[in-house]
Design a protein around this ligand. Structure first.
Ligand SMILES: C[S@@+](CC[C@H](N)C(=O)[O-])C[C@H]1O[C@@H](n2cnc3c(N)ncnc32)[C@H](O)[C@@H]1O
Length: 236
């Protein structure tokens, strides 16, 4: 499997402003207090749960799991380098909040069903699962032509995935998290070179180089857009 290493490495997704605004969004959906147990599936560098831990000083440190361990993974949480399904099968812990942010598209259809069944079983009474995916229609992620084609392809797949998730959760709420991004073109080009998003993972060096040239000529020096995520909120 191709792996994503630079997703939250010095991008807007790791910025204080983003994490703060994401926290505000979660707070509008979940009762956050220092008694709750949190699990972040596909946590990356664990920026989000690390912020929550600082803010709420949970009695039980939040657990973040990921198949990749980055050097600068946050230290104030419990990190486990493990496949999500393996972890959920072997743990006997129950959680109040299971976060699956921009990660579920890495799982095959059958594995998604398994993942969701297991996650549901790991919820406390009134526990919640929040799943975040890129908005599938009219997405504003700045792209060069080939990137756009790949992005649209993967967003089409995500639409089916969303249907699958909704089927699994017979009761759920859907909402949107919006974040206004303003990023310099040079920084965004660096992100593209680092293949920050999964639709770039299979691109050859030549394709990235061409894409970068396109971005250089087609975008203004400051790139502005809204990054929108769909949130599917399941409550036990
Ligand atoms: C796009 S990143 C999202 C990171 C973080 N949730 C965020 O939104 O900033 C997806 C993450 O899922 C992880 N991942 C992919 N497949 C996984 C699996 N089977 N089990 C656990 N983590 C996985 C990847 O390594 C990657 O860090």
């Amino acid at each position: 499997m191709m792996v994503l290493k630079n997703w939250d490495n010095k991008t807007w997704i790791s910025s204080k402003k983003y994490i703060f605004s994401f926290h505000k969004f979660i707070k509008s959906k979940v009762r956050l207090n220092n008694n709750i147990k949190v699990l972040d599936i596909g946590c990356g560098r664990a920026n989000i749960i690390s912020f929550l831990q600082k803010k709420y000083k949970f009695q039980n440190k939040p657990i973040g799991i990921d198949i990749i361990k980055s050097k600068n993974t946050k230290k104030n949480i419990i990190f486990k380098k493990i496949d999500a399904i393996k972890y959920l099968k072997k743990t006997d812990q129950l959680f109040d909040l299971i976060l699956i942010k921009q990660t579920i598209h890495f799982f095959s259809k059958n594995r998604i069903d398994t993942l969701l069944n297991l996650a549901k079983k790991r919820l406390n009474q009134k526990g919640q699962i929040l799943i975040f995916l890129l908005k599938t229609k009219n997405n504003k992620i700045p792209s060069f032509k080939k990137m756009k084609t790949k992005l649209i392809e993967s967003l089409k797949k995500d639409e089916n995935l969303i249907k699958r998730i909704k089927k699994k959760f017979n009761k759920y709420q859907v909402s949107h998290f919006n974040f206004k991004v303003s990023i310099s073109k040079s920084k965004y080009i660096k992100m593209i070179k680092n293949k920050y998003i999964s639709c770039l993972l299979n691109f050859s060096r030549k394709e990235i180089k061409r894409g970068v040239e396109e971005v250089k000529s087609d975008f203004k020096n400051q790139i502005k857009f809204t990054d929108t995520l769909i949130c599917i909120n399941y409550r036990r």
